[in-house]
Write a protein that binds this ligand. Structure first.
Ligand code: B1M
Length: 211
């Protein structure tokens, strides 16, 4: 079986050790980090998501797959986060309150750092006040919000509203993303920017700082 398919399969099985080994091996074979991520780790996680929705696998299985994904991502991280890239802007990033999904947000963080952004990652389950306080404290130009649940998407609006209430609109721009979030939704809640995935988050933010 080709190595990317093996990564998908091991990730579905939640086999952390094998995913880690295969990811390292794939890099050794000269495969691009981006391909290993998209066609191996993300493809595997998507397959797990489908099985989870269809009740073929359950939460503990998904957690094992998530751990396996992180084990693979550890090897890819240095390939995305090039050292010595000049700092082109500061982003305070996190997953919104009530939401514990952080794999996609971590990817966004890695890719932004790789593109030269200074990223302050607050983690997950972050309340609106904590987002805005951190952005002010860090003198960040951007707030990056991630949500994976339809039930936590409204927290993004709370953050946008708080940015406005504190008179920070324009100075502090909000970028939102995550599987259930759309360009339309971003517009509806008054967010400044939307990105479909980590790569487009880099593109959107680079464009916003004129790069
Ligand atoms: Co949960 N989960 N989960 N889960 N989980 C989903 C999201 C779900 C779609 C699964 C399903 O039903 N098919 C579903 C949500 C349904 C909905 O709201 N419509 C769901 C559910 C229901 C739940 C629970 C409620 C289950 C329960 O308890 N009954 C529970 C909620 C817990 C909570 O958050 N309060 C729950 C728990 C969990 C785990 C803890 C087990 C685990 C998370 C582990 C972790 O993150 N550390 C988990 C996982 C892993 C998933 C799936 C399977 C995979 C998510 C993932 O990591 N994808 C997911 C199904 C799926 O999405 N296929 C599912 C890989 C990742 C790379 O993609 O996060 O989409 P993603 O990130 C992308 C883009 O979205 C984008 O870029 C990333 C990649 O380029 N992006 C941004 C993300 N943030 C961005 C920010 C940006 C820009 C782009 O700018 C700032």
């Amino acid at each position: 079986m080709e190595i990317l398919a093996s990564i998908v399969q091991s990730l579905e099985e939640g086999d952390e050790e094998t995913v880690s080994e295969l990811t390292r091996e794939a890099l050794g074979q000269g495969l691009k980090a981006r391909d290993i991520l998209d066609k191996g780790l993300i493809a595997g996680m998507n397959a797990v998501g489908v099985k989870f929705r269809e009740h073929e696998v359950f939460l503990p299985d998904v957690l094992l797959s998530a751990k396996a994904m992180n084990a693979g991502m550890k090897h890819l991280k240095p390939h995305f986060a090039k050292e010595g890239v000049p700092n082109i802007g500061k982003v305070v990033l996190g997953t919104v309150h009530g939401d514990l999904h952080d794999i996609g947000k971590n990817l966004v963080s890695i890719m932004l750092k790789g593109a030269g952004f200074d990223v302050v990652d607050l983690g997950k389950d972050i309340i609106p006040e904590a987002f805005v306080d951190a952005a002010v404290r860090e003198e960040a130009g951007f707030l990056g919000l991630s949500a994976l649940l339809t039930t936590t998407m409204p927290v993004m609006k709370d953050v946008v509203d708080l940015v406005k209430k504190r008179g920070l609109s324009g100075k502090l721009r909000v970028i939102v993303g995550g599987a259930p979030v759309s360009e339309d939704y971003a517009r509806q809640i008054g967010a400044d920017l939307y990105a479909f995935d980590a790569a487009s988050a880099v593109d959107r933010l680079k464009a916003a700082v004129g790069r």
